[in-house]
Design a protein around this ligand. Sequence first.
Ligand code: PEP
Ligand code: MG
Length: 587
Amino acid sequence: MRRGLPVSPGVAVGTAYCIDEIFVSPGTQRLRNQEIPAELAKYEAARDHAARDLISLEKKLAEQVGPDETAIFEAHRSILRDAAFNTTIPNWIVDERLAAQAALQKLLEQYTDVFARVEDEYLKDRLNDIRDVVLRINSHLSDPKDMNEDGVTGPLIVVADQLLPSQVVMLGDMEVNGIVTQAGSQTSHAAILARSRGIPAVSGVQDILRQINTGDTVVVDGKEGRVIIAPDAETRAAYLKLEREFFDFKDHLAENRDQPAITSDGVSLNLLANINSVTDAEAATAMGATGVGLFRTEYLYLTHPVVPGEEEQLREYVSIIEASPNHSVTIRTLDIGGDKTVPFMGHVHREANPFMGWRSIRLSFEHPGVFNSQLRAVMRAAAVAQEMGGDVRLMFPMITTLEEIRRVRGLVRKARKQLIEEGKTYADVRIGMMLEVPAAAISIGSMLSLVDFVSIGSNDLVQYLMAADRDNPKVSHLCQPLAPPVLRVLTDVIRTCTAAGKPLTLCGEMAGQPTAFTLLLGMGLRSFSMSPAFIPFIKEFARHITTKAAEQLLEHALTLTATGRIRRYMTDQLAHVVPDFDRFEIS
Ligand code: PEP
Ligand code: MG
């Protein structure tokens, strides 16, 4: 049994599916002589296809964001011209009778060995470029789902070093019941995606890829952070029972979808959903959310080879609005950067401190054309929402200063003027800021008059307050929403916004955790946005708790000086109040 960080609750038993092999299958069998010419031709066609892809991506990108941003594709084209792809691989296919995919795998392994000895971070990054090129060629050699032909059938447990958000999206069509990663932590985006799909997941399990092979039976316990490889019959049966119980529990809770969200003393709550896609919007409706409190638009960009244009964004936003509960959606502008990079937005080289660097609104300001097209698409989508009886709000991430809010307001006015001049149908939208930077938390009082609403992004706020990377399992003991300073800052912010009568939501992952939810309720918060899978549980949980009890629990929690003590105190107290409360709490 291996231990990791529990990042998405529930239990799953399934067949391991190691992510590297999704792209490059091991292909150990040697080719027969008569197969060699066809394999060579197949490889050369795939390589040339990859080269054509790069040229057209570069061209499209130059048109959309300017020629300066195309360096990444130029770099990839020059890698593709290297002898490795033009001599070495063809030689291996002919002389060593390797299948093209096996030859690509071998090349990647050789480069990985060489780069392991390199210390320079910039040079190390070149390995990622080589890897990208290999994957691009490979994508023209096979369908990624060919794996099933090798006998790997669902339900699957995906095992990876680190799941990129775009990969999780790609896995959407497959029967994935569990996820295990070597890197990542509770608020990394892969974990958030797993949670939004209700897939049990464990992160931070070091070197697990060395122990698990595709095809192994694996148990994932996303609540306790356990991974069991090749369980014996008894263990397997026990976990299958737990898995069934978990499904039944979720089904039972989903039955409360049409009940109002209300505390046991009759205070109404607003339970909203965090979504990344139309599938999530449908899940939000199915789970009984009253609207979408956070639509992360960057997933549209992450899954796209180039910047999506205004019309394409409009189509996507309208599909989201159609699928969302009450057609009510808070659309957040691009939050690229940090752990979500796209080469076409200028992320050619990795930054030393990506979460504190060129991300989010900072990046949008420097791509005025891209930003403008997003603002226009949102306002046009808002008109469609109005026709459906819904509404759209526009939210800006990572606001740090007052000047930034003034600047976005100016840009919204400009985009609106353009739409009027062009005679396009649009609707005015309410404008909000995400509060996720400590500087903004400190000066929130002076920012309130400039925004229509505030949404606390606690995932980032916690990592910045505690100076602990949300993606790094080694510091996850620090990156805790129940840490005393975090609770103090949240209490201040919530009280300031409430006193000013400013609409306020919290859309970080803590909203879906019963202990944190209770404390937020005690602070006076009434609007919560969370992964759709958590909504039925929080709705059920809230029915058992009064606001008065939540206030008292908070009052005592604020006197405690250690995170562990706060957690234990809350767990003990809540166990008396709400049966089964910890089934959805991540340990
Ligand atoms: C947050 O930071 O809390 C948040 C909701 O945004 P994201 O997780 O997308 O950074
Ligand atoms: Mg954030």
